[in-house]
Design a protein around this ligand. Structure first.
Ligand code: GLY
Length: 560
């Protein structure tokens, strides 16, 4: 057996031993919530104080974010809630990902010449998948929560009715999508101030969204996917050129999926399963890295190996991954130690293996703050890591009149044309082609990390860079650092194509860039810092809980 594979099995057995020794674990001394907005974190604690568990708090936080961080997620979008329930040890991923409308077609974003027209896959109602977040909230409350849905939605309804103060971050993100939002009169009325970027501190009230949330609170699923709400959604979408049907909404279902699991140097990793690529790419990259002693290497070699692991794992994302209900996915192979050993054998210490050998694409500039993530730990030890999205900041920019619901533009996460990059510069093949009712491939990576002593709950927004951010944070966890370090970490990224190391300002220093250049790496600096990680650490031996919110954002992490 090759040494690296041996190492992998040894760490797996060590890990099982750890679990056995530490099976009886006390509950955390405190609860923690880290989210992208202070009002969302407060909403979660409000429900915990009323006797809710982490799952009720997750409903409250998700709904609050839908109101106070409309750039990142909302009732018009979807996402993944990764859950760990203490009473029976159940781990599950609730898949509330959007799906393609039933009349979607593979070539729906190609122009007459057969070229991909990305303006239609990111703007307006034609770019919107069927939302999963409202169904996810109902499912979470009914199947895992302890409090009524209406109680957990109450803070969000209050925020929508009374308004919230527009921040600088909101202003920057709406400015990025200003033209598109202006095209939708209902969206412009809600998100702009007299047709323009609102002043900082402007009190943004969302009366129609409050009504929609109230319908959801009163009628559950039927309050969004049926009746008056569904009629307004479908009529609004169709009147503006979209293709939704009442059956699209009536048929939408949350799916419980087995999370992806792996082991890296004695750390158990639980992460998002397809239709997110997050867990697979994360664990594949960690498997590749598992036989290196990264802490013993100089910084340039260490980063070179991490970049080469990212390149290979993202390559497999492009080739193999899609909606598991539509395409067979070779997950046992992609996640196996033998496969990782084979990929590792192609990595050289003295140079790169260029992706450009296969293709050479130029990625468009992308925002790194779309989507949202929050992490929750309650005092019983129940956990939630949730990453939710409407795709680009302010999604499609389109609101069906009367609903207050800003629709996603998640259809752009499909590969509209083989190997033609989407908005994130990601390429894909048949596995992620558009089909009626299919879920588009995601990069969202809500994750739990555990060793004998520590439990981490983490994730971040950031499009295609989500997975590499969680990978870097996982390596910091493995090196013994705490959540402050994970969220502050300078970030770099490689996603196979374009064949460029992307890095935020300060993500790599000049010496590292020089050293990596000598190995053959090419670079694409990202003009702004990216990501908005929200993380929690529970030290089981001391009972101590720590939480951190990314300094790049305006979030709030509280331990109480
Ligand atoms: N829309 C971003 C993602 O799902 O990866």
């Amino acid at each position: 057996m090759p040494n690296s594979v041996n190492n992998h099995f040894r760490s797996f057995f060590l890990f099982i031993l750890f679990l056995a020794v530490h099976a009886a674990v006390a509950a955390p001394r405190q609860a923690a919530i880290a989210s992208a907005h202070p009002l969302a974190t407060q909403a979660g604690f409000e429900i915990l104080r009323q006797g809710g568990n982490a799952f009720d708090a997750a409903v409250a936080v998700s709904a609050a974010l839908a109101v106070v961080e409309p750039a990142g997620s909302g009732l018009g979008g979807g996402g993944f809630w990764l859950l760990h329930r203490v009473e029976d040890g159940k781990r599950v991923m609730l898949d509330g990902r959007e799906r393609a409308p039933l009349s979607a077609r593979r070539d729906m974003y190609l122009d007459k010449e057969g070229r991909f027209d990305s303006t239609r896959s990111i703007n307006g109602p034609l770019s919107a998948g069927i939302p999963g977040t409202p169904a996810g909230l109902v499912y979470l409350a009914e199947q895992y929560g302890r409090r009524p849905l209406a109680q957990s939605l109450a803070p969000a309804i209050r925020y929508a009715r009374e308004g919230f103060a527009v921040s600088e971050r909101y202003r920057r993100l709406i400015a990025f999508r200003l033209d598109v939002v202006r095209r939708s009169p209902a969206a412009a009325r809600i998100f702009l101030q007299q047709g323009d970027v609102p002043e900082a501190g402007f009190n943004l009230v969302q009366k129609n969204l409050a009504d929609t949330l109230e319908r959801l609170a009163a009628r559950g699923r039927a309050g969004f996917y049926g009746g008056e709400a569904a009629k307004m959604l479908v009529e609004g979408v169709r009147a503006a050129g979209g293709i939704w049907d009442m059956k699209d909404l009536a048929d939408y279902k949350v799916v419980e999926r087995q999370p992806i699991e792996g082991v890296y140097k004695g750390i158990r990793i639980t992460s998002a399963s397809p239709p997110s690529s997050g867990g697979v790419v994360l664990i594949e990259a960690l498997n590749i890295l598992s036989s290196y002693d990264l802490s013993a290497l100089d910084e340039i070699t260490r980063k070179h190996l991490i970049i080469e692991a990212m390149r290979r794992a993202y390559h497999d994302r492009a080739v193999y991954l899609g909606d598991p209900d539509f395409v067979p996915l070779p997950l046992p192979r992609l996640l196996s130690a033998y496969y990782a050993a084979g990929l590792r054998s192609t990595i050289r210490f003295d140079g790169v293996l260029p992706s450009a050998r296969l293709a050479g694409y130029v990625a468009p500039e992308v925002e790194g703050e779309n989507t949202t993530h929050f992490s929750i730990l309650d005092r019983e030890g129940n956990r939630v890591a949730a990453t939710l999205s409407i795709n680009l900041p302010f999604g499609s920019g389109f609101v069906p009149p009367g609903t207050g619901v800003l629709l996603n533009d998640e259809m752009d996460d499909f590969a509209s044309q083989r190997d033609v990059p989407n908005r994130y510069g990601l390429v894909g093949g048949d596995a992620n082609a558009i089909a009626p009712g299919k879920r588009m491939l995601s990069s969202m990576t809500p994750t739990f990390l555990e060793d004998a002593q520590r439990v981490a709950i983490l994730g971040t927004p950031g499009g295609s860079r989500i997975i590499s951010m969680v990978l870097l944070a996982t390596l910091e966890f493995a090196a013994g650092a705490g959540p402050d370090a994970w969220v502050q970490l300078p970030r770099f990224h490689h996603q196979y194509l374009p064949d460029r190391v992307q890095y935020e300002p300060g993500g790599l220093n000049d010496d590292e860039i020089d050293g990596l250049k000598k190995l053959g790496h090419r670079f694409k600096p990202v003009s702004r810092s990216y990501g908005n990680m929200q993380a929690i650490l529970w030290d089981k031996s001391s009972g101590k809980v720590l939480a951190a919110s990314d300094p790049r954002g305006e979030g709030l992490a509280v331990v109480q």
